[in-house]
Each structure stands twice: as structure tokens, then as C-alpha cells.
Design a protein around this ligand. Sequence first.
Ligand SMILES: Nc1nc2c(c(=O)[nH]1)N[C@H]1C(S)=C(S)[C@@H](COP(=O)(O)O)O[C@H]1N2
Ligand SMILES: [Mo]
Length: 202
Amino acid sequence: MVTKGFTGRGVDPETEERLPRGQHVTQGFPVLSATATPKIDLNNWKFQLKEGLRPIASWTWLEFNQLPRTVFNGDIHCVTSWSKFDTSWEGISIDDIFAAAGVGPLTPFVLAECYGGYTTNVPTADLVAGKAIVATMYGGRPLPSRHGGPARLLVPHLYFWKSAKWCSGLMFTKREEAGFWERQGFHMRGDPWKEQRFSDDL
Ligand SMILES: Nc1nc2c(c(=O)[nH]1)N[C@H]1C(S)=C(S)[C@@H](COP(=O)(O)O)O[C@H]1N2
Ligand SMILES: [Mo]
């Protein structure tokens, strides 16, 4: 028997529609870091775009913040099973970063690099056409360091481990190169709507 307005999972229909399988909604904002939060001096901070090991563009903090700004409002999904609805972010879209560097998608694969050493690979197609930003603001304030400030990648339509905190740049790679969690068996793409958690998930 179905109770009016509710589903068997005990969540309302709107929530159910927004919640990928295997996820639950959290009101808090958990912190998940594989390393200690790195100390980053904004005077030395830079964001680099590279083709393989070759740098093709670089921005200081001041330069980076003069690029056009993009807002994202929406939901995020962590592979550890929490989802958070209605988060609000602001930063620079990957489209605008590529445009400022005068490049298009140079290869189909990107490896995001971070202060502290974390990496994650993301298909270039998942970063462009308005799908991803490098976020510097969360909830109308500078992004707190525990959540990846001064700047983190935000790829909200993929599991949240793809949203590299303390991001120092993006590297185009010839082949698909596994990042930190991907080398430990997590999925190369990580679409929560397809439950692409582990490397053998389709
Ligand atoms: N540099 C870096 N980025 C990272 C991580 C990390 O350990 N280091 N963890 C990832 C994982 S597994 C998740 S779920 C999210 C967590 O982001 P949060 O701590 O802001 O919730 O960051 C991702 N980005
Ligand atoms: Mo995660």
C-alpha cells in the first residue's frame, strides 16, 4: 500500500527525483580530505593550464579573479552516500578558463592537480559547455579552506571526489590517466545517476 505523497523510501517525490540511487540527503556539509588541509599563501597561489607537462597558461590569484564569474546552484553527491541539496557556488567556468588561455579541448582527458598532491581525472567533455567551474565562493563567502579554498574544481554532475579541492590547475593528457582515488579502484568517470562508483561499474 502506498501512503499518499510519500514513497516506500520515506522521502517525498521531489526529493526522490533529485536523489540518485544509494544516496541519502544530509543537511550538514561533511569534510572529506585524504590529506591535511594545505597552507596556501594567496601571494604565491597560481592556477596553471598544462598540455602534458608543458604549461600553456597561468594566472595569479588577482588575475584569476578578473576572469568572468559563473554561479552554480544545485545538488552535490558524494560516493560515500551523502547528497547535499541546494548548494550555491561561484567561480570561473572551465569554458572561460579555456577561452582566456585561447585553447579548446586539446585532448579528451584532463587530470586536475592540487596543492597537497591530490589528483583526479575527468573527461574533458564533463568540464566544458557550462558543466564545471573552479569555485572560489561558497554560500556567498570565500570558500573555506577545509572545503578546498581558495579554489576548488566543482563538477557537480559527477561524484564529489571529482571536485578537486585546493586545485592548482588542469592538465590535458593524451591518455586517460587515473587520479588518486581512481588508482585505488574508483570509477574513471563517476556519474552518480549511473552509480559509477568503482572501476568495474559500467
Ligand atoms: N585535494 C583534494 N580534493 C578532494 C579530496 C581530497 O582528499 N583532496 N577529497 C574528495 C572527496 S572524496 C570528496 S567527497 C570531496 C569532499 O569535499 P568537502 O570536504 O568539501 O565535502 O572532495 C574531493 N576533493
Ligand atoms: Mo568522497
